[in-house]
Write a protein that binds this ligand. Structure first.
Ligand code: ATP
Ligand code: MG
Length: 234
């Protein structure tokens, strides 16, 4: 979707790890735009820089060169508290390892980000219930994470990320721990959220089947973007 203003602008971004001769460019001169409504994947072999790029876009880490703007705000000009603020209010994360809180119920986990935003409990629970329904987990609200399958836990993580209705959802290998049936279901949930609720997704994957579902594929290798491909969706 190229009409309208970019949600994320990545401009000439480089990121290095290590020092001096050991220095490795995890990302080199990356340029990328994410538009509202995008359903985009970062693909590429292990070590190509996918996680590093997601972490920078998500304001979890800082680049060494270049700039990243989210909703027009330059991340390099933000201090630590402002970074936390933008992360908490504009961006949702789905991590490969789910990161659910074991002593909280499914409902409490799904409401977690909203509670961090100081949304009162009742309103937070209402929004979390809607998010759980959107990922097909009605009736599971009172369970604890260890009483769910891996695929269901992953969907709680998705519900937690979407409950706060962030402008942007970032997911690092969201299907990596799922069997093909659960991976398929998660992809369908993400597509539904994208189409029906306008949620913008940027996710990374190794899996060619997952890659094929994206509207835009960013092919990465050795910290660079090799090419971008766009799929016609009907
Ligand atoms: N904390 C770190 N310290 C040093 N080097 C790192 C660190 N994190 C990543 N790297 C290096 O940066 C490069 C990019 O790593 P990154 O994790 O972004 O790749 P990736 O595409 O996500 O790989 P994978 O598919 O295995 O998850 C790699 O060469 C990696 O070894
Ligand atoms: Mg990675």
């Amino acid at each position: 979707m190229k009409n309208g203003k970019a949600l994320v602008e990545v401009e000439a971004v480089s990121k290095y790890y290590g020092v001096d001769k050991q220095k490795v460019a995890a990302l080199a001169d990356i340029k990328l735009e994410v538009y509202p409504g995008d359903f985009m994947t970062l693909s590429g072999p292990s070590g190509s820089g996918k996680t590093t790029l997601l972490n920078l876009i998500g304001a979890l880490d800082r680049q060494d060169e270049g700039d990243i703007r989210i909703l027009g705000r330059s991340l390099s000009r933000l201090n630590f508290d402002e970074m936390t603020e933008i992360r908490r209010h504009s961006i949702g994360f789905i991590f490969q390892s789910y990161n659910l809180i074991p002593v909280m119920t499914v409902l409490e986990n799904a409401a977690f980000v909203l509670r961090l935003q100081n949304v009162p409990a009742e309103a937070a629970h209402k929004q979390a219930l809607e998010a759980l329904a959107a990922v097909g987990l009605q009736g599971m609200e009172k369970r604890f994470p260890n009483q769910l399958s891996g695929g269901q836990q992953q969907r709680v993580a998705v519900a937690r990320a979407i409950a706060a209705r962030p402008a942007l959802l970032l997911a690092d290998e969201p299907t990596a721990n799922l069997d093909s049936k659960n991976a398929e279901e998660l992809l369908e949930t993400m597509e539904h959220l994208n189409r029906e609720h306008g949620v913008t997704f940027v996710f990374s994957t190794h899996d060619p089947r997952v890659m094929q579902r994206a509207q835009r594929i960013i092919h990465m290798k050795d910290g660079r973007i090799l090419e971008q491909t766009q799929r016609q969706v009907g």
